[in-house]
Design a protein around this ligand. Sequence first.
Ligand code: IPE
Ligand code: IPE
Ligand code: MG
Length: 246
Amino acid sequence: MKLFRSKPKAGAVNFTNLPRHIAIIMDGNGRWAQRNGLPRTAGHAAGAETFRRVATYCKDIGIEYLTVYAFSTENWKRPAPEVQFIMRLLEKYLWEAIEKMEKDRVRMKFFGDVSILSEELQRLIEKTAEISQRYEGCQVNICVNYGGRDEIIRAARLCAEEVLKDGGGKIGMEEFEKHLYSSGIPDPDLIIRPGGEQRLSNFLLYQSAYSELYFTDTLWPDFTERDINKAIAEFQRRNRRYGDIK
Ligand code: IPE
Ligand code: IPE
Ligand code: MG
C-alpha cells in the first residue's frame, strides 16, 4: 500500500496537445483491497480518494472535461452490501463536493439513469449539478448506473418519440447525439483503464468511436498524477487519423 504519493514535478506534463476530454474506467478497487488483505469495500474507499486527487490534478493542468465510470448498469449484480457501500461513498462524496464547491469551481454532471437510486442520492445529485452549473472550470461527468447500450437505446427511444410527436423530420447524427447524456460535450480524446483489463465494459460505446485507448496494470487506488502524465504522454505520441491518411 502506498501511503505517500508525491506530486509530479512541474513540467512533467507537456501542455501542447493536451486531450480536451479524458475518460477513466476506475477499475481494480477489489483486487487492490485483496492484495492488501482488506475487504473489497476498503478498496472502494481508497478508489474514491484517488478520484478526488486525479480530478483535482486534471483540473489543475487544464483538462476541460473528465468523465469517470463509477457504477455500471451491470454492477447491480454484485452483493448488496458492496453496492450499498458504493452508494454511501457516493453520497459522502457529494456532500463534501457541495461544501467545497465555491472553492473548487468544478462543474459536475451525471450520466446514467439515476431515477432508481435512493431519494437522498437523487436529491444530492440534483443539487450538485444545479449549484455547479455556474462554474466554468473543468467539467466532471460522473457515470452512475450508466451503460453505453442503455444510453444508445434511450437516445433512440427519445428520437422516435420526437418523430411520432412532430410527425416526421430527419434523424441524423446531430439529432441523435442531442439525446445522449454527453450532449454538447466533445467525445473523449483519451480513455484510460487501470486495473489490467483491456475492454470497455459498456463505457461510452457511442462516444469512443475515435478515442485513444490507454490500458495499464496499475490498480485504480494506486493510480497517481504520474500515471495521468504517462497516459497523456502516450496520447501525445499517437497519430489520430480519423480514417484519413495523414
Ligand atoms: C471498480 O473496481 C469499481 C466498480 C466497478 C464499482 P472493482 O470493484 O471492479 O475492482 P476489481 O475489478 O474487482 O478489482
Ligand atoms: C467497469 O468495471 C465498471 C466501473 C469501473 C464502474 P467492472 O469491474 O464492472 O468491469 P468488468 O466486470 O471487469 O468488465
Ligand atoms: Mg472490476
